[in-house]
Design a binder for this molecule. Structure first.
Ligand code: GLN
Ligand code: ZN
Length: 765
């Protein structure tokens, strides 16, 4: 086991940590809650038959931040706070304070877990601080468990780091390896002294495409750590990889003097099996075989796993069964989902069920399938029920996706023709102003939703409150002089969940919380079956908003890639097939919005970049189905209907072609913080379409001045002509308050008006 959900059955950890921040929970009480949660997890794992329980995987906030503390790489700006009080300093690094910025947060590989990015520079000096690791190991040992401490490996730690503020952008943290290794050696010695027989070093960064220099660094790392004498200077070393195949890093690690490797054998990583045979296996080493997918929520196929395990037996000294990665990425217990149809519940395996799968498979491997006859039969029946269910196989949906032609995914007119038709139809000024969709989610809105759920108000009353909010949002935008309005998305709790609740094939969980970052937990919907759209989902609200104004109101949908990326998606068919089903359902919504009088429709795809496969050889296939599903969603409309898309990031250099392949008419992107760099990048790549690089950083309550927004627009105009440049914030406004929203949008419109007077629109081709 590499790691287990941290939060506890009732998200006790979240409550304790947030209580501590608010001063309602003492540091001691927080530590006690944490200790109880760890103890409960270990007990559950040990009772289920897990041989070594993980330690060190627990975290108050993030395990990469814990590693930063372990190696003493505290950023200069946080040092005083950390010295004053380790716990408060820790949370200051995670969340920032009034005066000091937090560490940057980014996604852990291609998961939805966010880690805090280490900040390193040529002056970084590491010092070993093994206290947390040692304490948790000691705690588990005292409770009578055999424990395997889990650490982020040194190569991955450095590869995940970025240059500290003020350090040259081309500084490579990996150059610090020689300074870091002695610190890891010290931590290993401390863990050995505390009784660890094995230690696990997670090196998921090695499943990405790596340069020869990076592979050399990995070789050197495990040569040096391996050279310490096992069981005197260090525990035995298990180097763990997950999320993809090890590829070129496999021979490097196989040759290194470590005692064990953990490999992922699920999904694309199943290629590890052939690769392992090709390098002659792992003679003399322990192999931990990740055959139970640690990041989806579907039951294992026992027969298939046993076949894999059988092959692996011949390839290593000892083979242990495991999940493919930490179970941090899945909810705790499927049995808690009382509202899910029992027929579907038997297809689900959350952390507890996965633990049982691991021990069952281990028994089957050790004692033969005869020892697990009943489990095998039940598993076969569950898989069969899934394969033949009407939920996973809706003939109407199947027939429709099968009939999709290439033409269905293409707008008949080329972009330039459409642009002209849209110009005539919409008659917008140059530098048109708009927003990304959501307006502030006020307490009143949240209360209305809670009241509806609790039955304190009925659907009609809820509807009235939503309509009142829409009227308010529309009249504010009219008064402010925004050109393309939105209805504000007041009816949406979440941009994926809202649609998932209305599409067949999706299920909601009651307790399926998964850590997104820190104390933020999300409940991703389960995309379990064939997807269709029984009724319109947004048309009513958009049409209502359009009824309040003569200006165009933009329809607002979440795109197919994001609908998959932020859900637990079925694993019994290719992702592209599932995306196509979602796309066709959304296409009906797009078409119906158009029929209801919507001339501008935005399909958000903030997840397009983050879902990109970890290795470059998977990119083409992914981008093909991803862009196809977007086009399938959007290409049923008239030429004069304008399709927008939105993405929340600036790092899209490696998917520029895919962005063009979406064939959207307008794209809005985050740009305020990077001073419109995206505008330059798009322009120099010859991007021919309209672009709205954000001029208001909505991640902070700061109100940009008119002059500031105007300066950014002038900067944008150097790259993109006035008749192709839009004026908008970086992202939706749902997390902002009304006062800053009002002021910022007024400044934004004023800036657009000011800059318009300075430009003469150029003729477009
Ligand atoms: N339309 C969504 C909103 O404005 C887009 C959010 C997003 O891109 N994450 O909230
Ligand atoms: Zn966004």
């Amino acid at each position: 086991m590499y790691g287990y959900p941290r939060q506890g059955r009732n998200r006790e950890l979240k409550k304790a940590v947030e209580g501590y921040w608010k001063g309602r929970v003492s540091a001691d009480a927080l530590r006690e809650t944490a200790r109880e949660l760890r103890g409960a997890n270990w007990l559950q794992l040990a009772d289920a038959g897990i041989g070594e329980v993980p330690t060190g995987d627990f975290s108050y906030y993030d395990h990469v931040l814990d590693t930063t503390v372990m190696v003493g790489a505290i950023p200069a700006r946080h040092r005083t706070a950390v010295e004053l009080d380790a716990l408060d300093g820790y949370f200051a690094m995670a969340r920032g304070t009034q005066d000091v910025a937090p560490l940057e947060m980014t996604k852990w590989f291609d998961t939805n877990y966010h880690y805090l990015v280490p900040e390193l520079g040529p002056d970084t000096r590491f010092t070993a601080n093994p206290a947390k690791q040692v304490a948790e190991l000691t705690e588990a040992v005292a409770l009578g468990h055999t424990a395997r401490p889990v650490l982020v490996g040194p190569v991955t730690y450095l590869l995940l780091a970025k240059p500290a503020p003020g350090v040259a952008a081309d500084f490579e943290p990996l150059t610090l390896l020689d300074r870091l290794l002695p610190v890891y050696a010290e931590v290993l010695a401390a863990l050995r002294a505390a009784g660890a027989e094995w230690v696990q070093l997670d090196e998921p960064a090695l499943v990405q495409d790596r340069t020869p220099a990076e592979l050399n660094a990995a070789a050197r790392t495990y040569r040096e750590l391996g050279a310490l004498s096992p069981l005197t200077e260090r525990p035995k070393l298990l180097v763990a990889s997950y999320f993809e195949r090890l590829g070129d890093a496999l021979p490097v690690l196989a040759k290194s003097p470590v005692e064990g490797l953990a490999l992922d054998f699920t999904g694309a990583a199943a290629a590890n099996l052939a690769d392992l045979a090709a390098v002659g296996g792992l003679p003399g080493k322990r192999l931990v075989a990740g055959v139970v997918n640690g990041r989806n929520i579907w039951i294992n196929d026992y027969q298939k796993s046993l076949t894999t395990l059988g092959t692996l037996l011949g390839l290593a000294d000892r083979v242990d069964v495991a999940a493919s990665c930490s179970l941090l990425h899945v909810p705790l217990d499927a049995d808690a989902e009382r509202d899910i149809d029992p027929q579907v519940r038997r297809w689900l395996a959350f952390a507890r069920q996965k633990t049982a799968e691991i021990t069952t498979l281990a028994r089957g491997l050790a004692r033969g399938t005869g020892a697990i006859t009943a489990e095998l039969a039940a598993n076969r029946a569950d898989l069969a029920s899934r394969a033949t269910s009407a939920i996973t196989h809706d003939p109407a949906v199947r027939a429709r996706t099968a009939a999709v032609t290439d033409a269905d995914g293409r707008r008949p007119q080329p972009y330039a023709e459409r642009a002209a038709a849209q110009r005539a139809h919409l008659s917008l000024p140059p530098l048109p102003t708009t927003t990304i969709g959501s307006f502030p989610q006020t307490d009143e809105l949240r209360t209305a939703r809670a009241d509806l759920r609790a039955g304190r108000i009925d659907a009609a009353e809820y509807e009235e409150r939503i309509k009142a909010e829409i009227r308010e949002v529309v009249s504010f935008q009219e008064k402010t002089g925004v050109d393309v309005l939105v209805h504000g998305e007041p009816e949406r709790n979440d941009m994926v969940q809202y649609f998932a609740e209305q599409l067949t094939g999706y299920l909601a969980t009651q307790h399926g919380w998964v850590q997104s970052y820190g104390t933020r937990y999300v409940r991703p919907p389960l995309l379990a079956g064939d997807v269709s759209r029984p009724d319109p989902m947004t048309v009513r609200w958009t049409a209502y908003a359009q009824g309040q104004t003569a200006k165009p109101v933009k329809g607002m949908l979440t795109g197919p890639v994001t609908m998959l990326a932020w859900s637990f998606v079925r694993d019994d068919q290719p992702l592209g097939e599932t995306a196509r089903q979602v796309a066709l359902a959304l296409r009906d919504e797009v078409d119906e919005l158009e029929s209801a009088g919507t001339s501008v429709i935005q399909v958000d795809e903030p997840a397009l970049r983050e879902t990109l496969p970890l290795r470059a050889d998977g990119h083409a296939d992914y981008l093909a189905w991803a862009t196809e599903s977007f086009r399938l969603t959007t290409s049923g409309v008239r030429p004069d209907t304008q399709i927008h898309t939105h993405m929340c990031y600036a790092e899209f250099g490696d998917i520029l072609q895919a962005i063009d392949d979406l064939d959207a008419d307008v794209i809005s992107l985050e740009a305020a913080r990077s001073h419109m760099r995206v505008a330059d990048e798009l322009a120099s790549a010859g991007y021919p379409r309209e672009v709205g690089p954000g001029v208001w950083d909505i991640h902070s309550p700061r109100v940009p001045s008119t002059a500031e927004a105007a300066a950014l627009l002038r900067k944008g105009l150097q790259a993109i002509p006035a008749d192709r440049l839009w004026v908008n914030p970086d992202c939706g406004l749902k997390t902002r308050g009304w006062p800053e929203t009002r002021a910022s949008l007024e400044h934004l419109v004023a800036a657009a008006r000011e800059v318009r007077t300075e430009t003469t629109p150029t003729a477009t081709a």
